[in-house]
Design a protein around this ligand. Sequence first.
Ligand SMILES: Cc1cc2nc3c(=O)[nH]c(=O)nc-3n(C[C@H](O)[C@H](O)[C@H](O)COP(=O)(O)O)c2cc1C
Length: 197
Amino acid sequence: MSRHKIVAISSSISESSKTAKFLNHVAGHFDPRRFDMTVVNLRDIPPESYFRYPVDNPELIGIFDEVEQADGVVFATPIYKASFSGLLKSFLDLLPQFAFAGKVILPLATGGSLAHVLALDYSLRPVVQSMGARHVVQSYFLPEKELLVDGGHVKLAAEAERGIAEAIHHFKTSISVSTNDRLLGHPRPERAAAIAS
Ligand SMILES: Cc1cc2nc3c(=O)[nH]c(=O)nc-3n(C[C@H](O)[C@H](O)[C@H](O)COP(=O)(O)O)c2cc1C
């Protein structure tokens, strides 16, 4: 059985990011026998690379390649000013219009206020949908106080663990639904040519 390729992208600017810890915890829910998981942290790329077009940073180009090959993409962002992070916006701005054609997306966030639990759905969801995603599954907002760090060990409050398990289940199930048409979503001419040849 071939493994499904997943790219998990963390997009906080914080050195001790709760979002990055949450995403690493989520990545641990993917069995390596079934999923080929790559976790990237956008903060690790030199900041000036996000403000140059055409993109010339090899690490950033490498992440674009990973996204192109992926069956599913997990985005994890802190909520800043009631929206996803500016770093994630800078990254998305550099991707081709239909970069997520045929892919399944899982949007995740950490935030301080439950009043902003819907921020992912009005800010990130429409953007990734317009970039061709086949399916954007139910998003999950983790209140920061439900991320529990004990020494080096990260765990979630019980209710959060149940909630994220449900979101991950939907994501895995959507990826596993076979589709013969990897261009589902919007067409991308360069991929169509590659598939035809
Ligand atoms: C500048 C700033 C703005 C924030 N704005 C919001 C907000 O609008 N809504 C919210 O729920 N939390 C807000 N927060 C709280 C963060 O989303 C929360 O602390 C998050 O877990 C930080 O993740 P990180 O450690 O990965 O950066 C804000 C935090 C900062 C530093």
